[in-house]
Design a protein around this ligand. Structure first.
Ligand code: LR7
Ligand code: MN
Length: 749
């Protein structure tokens, strides 16, 4: 105790005071510090909650948006393979921990994309006349030509009441079964033929009031200011009581060939690639069954419909089918509406198509024949016919058809209601085997699949119900088959007619369809107008140049002018070779592109969103981080060089696209092999350069997860080097994890 007191004396007292004061100061300091730490933590926590909320909001928005998904939202499932999740879990935490800047960038990108989408989805103003706008999803069965599938197969199709119903497709010989990617447009496939006996299939009740309502609504909204009366559609048919009721094939019935004449059938088949032998025995003015829905005969049309020129182009058409086509128009069209029939002879080689044809047709004052001095192909032949046509409406038909009762007025009625309406009949089937006339299933429309392959698809029963459709209502048609349609003559020219650079056959139906829809018009299939057509397995005439190249070139012209950024999808579906200028010269497109600009046509995206929304068209095959299984890291591009980093969904250097042209790209830069094929470089993307194409997830590939260099004849793959974490090219090894890659999001296989 004494000792302690001694310490408190003199200088010791001062020292003790200083000590106690410092202890108190220290304690106070600690208390203040603790207080500010907890405030700071609270702030951090708040920020994190806000960020997470924002992420969730975007997630909700983006899930509604089919075509655009942020990698951030898929990180748990897509970026990281299940077995590797642990390895990168710290990265996920890091993303959340990272400050706002990069995060904001990502946000604004997402917002921008989202608002773009919203704008482009604004539907065009509905015309009251049109009861059938595309406001319901169309889940449909699609029949596209696919030569790799034996066409004798039985395809099932949804019937109106949703049951599966067998639909029998006609047999086609195996010789037509060719490489699918090269033969897309070889022939047009028949639409499904109606089965005559479908017990239990619900028949839709026709609603006459619907039509009358439509007609009066249409009239109110018509661009035509004339006032006219209406009348019931004329069911004119000169062949109603045929000359020879017992003739072969009469009434559109199947004609049977006696067995001892089968050799003759075979011998003459190639003249038209159908049963020419039978056709020649069937009356050129035979009667056919009226295949229209019953209500059609009671439909009203306007009294002052425009007149039409019917244009048939032909090259080496079979005599009897050409005549039957012409007779069917003469016999079943109201004479006051039929201005003329123009036969355009596209430099045929057959003698009977010269003087004999002139002589035969001279008995019909309405028939004019124009002869082309050299082979032009059907597209320029149609242009030649249109150039001399005098009717207000042009009606194009193939030269092996049979127009049915009441076919013309419903087509002209559409044009009358709005000159930008282009109307197509339902194309019934005339059998190439027995020449019977067959009714096709209702509710069919023309569509395309990549790479611009025409096909038929059935409207879904949901769509039919939602739009309260009857079998007689016009059907919006994204793509017309091509050969059979009516169009206002002046409007045809306003649209720039056909691209005259299209050769011989193929692709012009895509061109005119995109042009019509994108430049303010519409295409409808009119179920009350029926025309039979002989669908053939092959074109019976010669192509001046290679057939396949001709069609490919036509399609490439269409793609270049009309498809915008979607042309990558066209080339990406088996047409990469067309990008090489030395392989194909598509010719000059300036005029076509100028035309599109002059007409201020809408974008192809608009067309897809508004006319054919059921078509799923992702612009990329895959996108996001490029994760390497072996390294468990992601590819990164910094200062033009590739390396690996811990995966970071917000890191822009790690974002890559895998395109339809098979590029692994970031903006305009593509991953490409080094000249000597051992290492990798980054270079400007060049769509014509096959060296920049990588196969990844390609169907039937034994190396689906690899990046296989397409260009190289040996299997060479992109590989991450284990130790150096560099990239190199190496012979492909199926099991090597270092050669396996995964994008965050895949949009297509
Ligand atoms: O060089 C030619 N010159 C011609 O005048 C080649 C053909 N033609 C004539 C030919 O004689 C025929 O009258 O053009 C017409 C059409 O030729 P097809 O019958 O050989 O064609 P297609 O029926 O096989 O093909 C369809 O696709 C074509 C693509 O260019 C045209 O658009 C056809 O008009 C079109 N036919 C139809 O749309 C009928 C329904 C088929 C379907 C689906
Ligand atoms: Mn045809």
């Amino acid at each position: 105790m004494m000792t302690f007191r001694r310490y408190l004396r003199g200088s010791g007292r001062v020292l003790a005071f200083v000590f106690v004061a410092s202890v108190i100061w220290l304690l106070l300091d600690i208390a203040v510090l603790r207080l500010s730490f907890s405030e700071f933590n609270l702030q951090l926590l708040k920020e994190r909650v806000i960020r997470e909320k924002e992420l969730l909001k975007q997630q909700a928005k983006i899930t509604q948006n089919r075509d655009f998904r942020s990698p951030v939202l898929r990180m748990d499932s897509a970026v990281i393979p299940e077995e590797d999740k642990g390895a990168v879990s710290s990265d996920i935490t890091r993303i959340y921990r990272q400050g706002g800047r990069r995060h904001k960038e990502q946000n604004s990108n997402l917002q921008e994309n989202h608002s773009n989408k919203t704008v482009s989805l604004v539907a065009p103003a509905k015309k009251p006349v049109d009861l059938l706008e595309n406001d319901a999803p169309l889940l449909e069965n699609i029949t596209v030509k696919n030569n790799s599938i034996a066409e004798s197969s039985i395809v099932t199709q949804d019937t109106v009441d949703g049951r599966k119903d067998a639909e029998i497709k006609p047999m086609k010989t195996a010789q037509h079964v060719k490489d699918e990617s090269k033969q897309h447009q070889d022939t047009k496939e028949e639409p499904p033929v109606k089965r005559t006996h479908t017990p239990g299939t619900k028949t839709l009740v026709f609603k006459e009031e619907n039509h009358t309502k439509m007609l009066s609504q249409s009239y109110q909204n018509s661009t035509v200011s004339r006032k006219a009366g209406v009348h019931k559609v004329l069911s004119l048919d000169v062949t109603g009581a045929p000359r020879d009721p017992t003739a072969i094939g009469q009434f559109g019935q199947a004609a049977v060939v006696p067995s001892d004449n089968e050799a003759e059938v075979k011998k003459r088949w190639d003249e038209g690639y159908f049963n020419v032998y039978l056709s020649d025995q069937i009356p050129v003015d035979r009667a056919i069954p009226d295949t229209r829905p019953d209500i059609c005969a009671r439909h009203l049309v306007h009294d002052d419909l425009p007149s039409t020129s019917v244009i048939f182009c032909f090259v080496d058409e079979v005599w009897s089918t050409l005549l039957r086509s012409v007779h069917s128009v003469l016999n079943r069209s109201p004479p006051h509406l039929l201005k003329e029939i123009i036969l355009v002879d596209d430099f045929s080689t057959k003698d009977y198509l010269k003087d004999q044809l002139d002589k035969y047709m001279s008995q019909f004052p309405k028939v004019r024949i124009i002869r082309l001095k050299e082979r032009q192909g059907l597209i320029r032949a149609r242009l030649a016919g249109a150039a001399v046509a005098k009717g207000e409406v042009l009606t194009f038909l193939d030269s092996h058809v049979e127009c049915n009762v009441g076919w013309l007025e419903p087509l002209l009625e559409q044009v009358y209601l709005d000159r930008r309406k282009v109307s197509c009949p339902v194309i019934d089937v005339i059998s190439d085997q027995d020449m019977s006339y067959k009714m096709v299933d209702n509710f069919q429309r023309g569509i395309f699949k990549w790479p611009l392959v025409f096909g038929w698809s059935t409207l879904s029963s949901k769509y039919i119900k939602k739009n309260n459709m009857t079998e007689a209502d016009p059907i919006r048609c994204p793509v017309m088959a091509g050969g059979l349609f009516s169009i206002d003559r002046q409007y045809f020219y306003e649209l720039g007619a056909y691209d005259p650079g299209l050769d011989v056959w193929g692709g012009e139906n895509m061109e005119i369809s995109f042009k019509i829809w994108m430049c303010g018009g519409e295409i409808k299939i009119i179920p009350c107008s029926r025309v039979g057509h002989i669908f053939r397995g092959q074109n019976p005439y010669k192509f001046p140049k290679d057939r396949q190249k001709t069609v490919e070139r036509n399609l490439a012209r269409v793609a270049e002018v009309w498809l915008d950024e979607y042309k990558e999808l066209f080339y990406g579906h088996g047409y990469h070779h067309l990008l090489d200028k030395s392989v194909i010269d598509v010719g000059n497109l300036t005029e076509q592109i100028e035309l599109r600009n002059r007409l201020k046509c809408k974008s192809f995206k608009w067309y897809l969103d508004n006319v054919y929304p059921e078509m799923v068209t992702p612009l990329l095959k895959a996108k996001g981080l490029v994760y390497n299984r072996g390294l468990r890291k992601c590819l990164s591009l910094k200062k033009d060089s590739l390396s690996f980093e811990m995966c970071d969904l917000l890191n822009q250097s790690q974002q890559f696209n895998y395109t339809w042209l098979k590029h692994i790209r970031q903006q305009d830069l593509c991953v490409a092999p080094q000249v000597k094929y051992h290492s990798l470089v980054i270079e400007s993307c060049d769509r014509a350069n096959p060296g920049q194409r990588w196969l990844h997830k390609s169907s039937n590939s034994e190396l689906p997860d690899h990046f296989v260099l397409e260009f190289s004849p040996n299997h060479v793959c992109l590989e991450a080097v284990h130790r150096s974490e560099k990239l190199r090219l190496a012979p492909c090894v199926a099991k090597s994890a270092y050669q396996k890659w995964k994008f965050t999001d895949y949009f297509s296989q």
